[in-house]
Ligand binder design. Structure first.
Ligand code: FAD
Ligand code: SF4
Length: 338
């Protein structure tokens, strides 16, 4: 048991003030990841700042016709929100594909963005792990790596980002609103999470003491032709081996715009601009979808136990794009799952 100070923040400025200058402070929202990490001795904050009373629980229209989702909106409330179900069903599907009902009832939007990898060596303090302890090595590269990444890996880390919600947010091109000691800023989703490189201990480009206040969605939610496909070892309560969020804008059988992001394959939700460009103006058919899957996976690298993910990802991309084109989304809308 480590001793830590517990403090409650009264407003966003107070939260930032309490965190500023204290590298060992952590915000706590739903606590579904942070408490586990503390119990396993992976995270050792000296101060835990409770942000659950901050007024960040609203889902509101933006002036641009999009949605602003407060950082403390619970995953369940997000998935069941009428505007999300109607205008961003791919996001509702992705959130409902994650964790369990009880966890979704606790987990917050901000916390989901910052949940840490599920690499088992990261949670096992008896093993070397560059993410947990920089310079201690990566036990997964030569170890058991079935769940690990096939894209964007480095010699220092091959972990994946575990979130489902983030895969949909990447495809939707959300923006992250944050507040810190130097003021407020907005981070495009593609620049929020990082690849491991030589510094896998840093998951995101959030600065110390910055708090996430909201996630902003643009007006286009691809509510007609979309899908969130998640392949996992069990039908529920399991992290993705591979997942794909797709949004298509079709003119008959021709793709005006196509976007997709992959989960379970990299240190961050994976998008490939070249592959998406290859969808534009093409027929929505298996030949097109197979071609773009090959583009995405051109540099994929498998390790001892996860090479199967390369073919799995290829099939998932083709299937998810096909389902979106046919308007047969894989995961049910949150309305249909109780
Ligand atoms: C058994 C299990 C299965 C799961 N399965 C899935 C799954 O299949 N798919 C999936 O996507 N997720 C899954 N999860 C993860 C779950 O979704 C996350 O634990 C949850 O979203 C984290 O949210 P939280 O509010 O509880 O975060 P917390 O645990 O409170 O915080 C997590 C991190 O975020 C930081 N933080 C929280 N809010 C803010 C903020 N506003 N600003 C700055 N920093 C902040 C904290 O300091 C901490 O570092 C699973 C979790 C468990 C325990
Ligand atoms: S893959 Fe990353 S998180 Fe897992 S052991 Fe290696 S360095 Fe640690």
């Amino acid at each position: 048991m480590i001793n830590f100070q517990y403090a409650r923040a009264n407003d966003v400025a107070d939260a930032v003030r309490q965190a500023a200058g204290n590298a060992n402070a952590k915000f706590i929202a739903g606590g579904t990841n942070l408490i586990d990490l503390m119990k396993m001795d992976v995270e050792r904050p000296l101060k835990v700042i409770d942000i659950t009373r901050l007024p960040l629980t609203q889902v509101q229209y933006t002036a641009e016709g999009g949605l602003r989702i407060g950082a403390l909106v619970r995953n369940t409330d997000l998935a069941y929100h009428p505007l999300v179900e109607e205008r961003y069903p791919v996001l509702a599907s992705a959130v409902m594909a994650g964790a369990s009902q009880q966890l979704r009832n606790m987990a917050s939007t901000g916390g989901n963005l910052l949940q840490r990898t599920r690499c088992h060596y990261f949670y096992d303090v008896a093993t070397g792990c560059n993410k947990r302890e920089p310079g201690s090595g990566c036990s997964a590269i030569e170890g058991h790596n079935r769940m690990h990444a096939i894209l964007g890996t480095s010699e220092a880390c091959i972990a994946t980002h575990p979130s489902d919600m983030c895969v949909a947010l990447a495809m939707l091109e959300a923006k992250i609103h944050v507040s810190g000691a130097s003021g407020n800023r907005v981070i495009p989703f593609a620049e929020f999470h990082r690849l491991p490189g030589a510094t896998p201990q840093r998951d995101t480009n959030l600065n110390a003491s910055e708090i996430i206040t909201a996630v902003e969605l643009p007006s286009n939610g691809f509510a007609t032709n979309y899908t969130y496909l998640k392949i996992r070892d069990r039908l529920s309560f399991a992290f993705a081996l591979v997942s794909v969020a797709v949004g298509l804008d079709l003119d008959g059988d021709t793709i005006r715009e196509g976007r997709f992001a992959l989960g379970g394959v990299a240190h961050k939700p994976w998008r490939d601009p070249e592959a998406e460009a290859a969808l534009r103006g093409q027929f929505a058919n298996p030949a097109t979808f197979t071609r773009v899957a090959d583009i995405v996976l051109r540099d994929a690298r498998g390790y001892a136990h996860n090479a199967f993910k390369i073919d799995l990802a290829r099939r998932c991309i083709v299937r998810a794009l096909t389902q979106a084109a046919r308007r047969t989304p894989q995961s049910q809308s949150s309305k249909k799952i109780v």
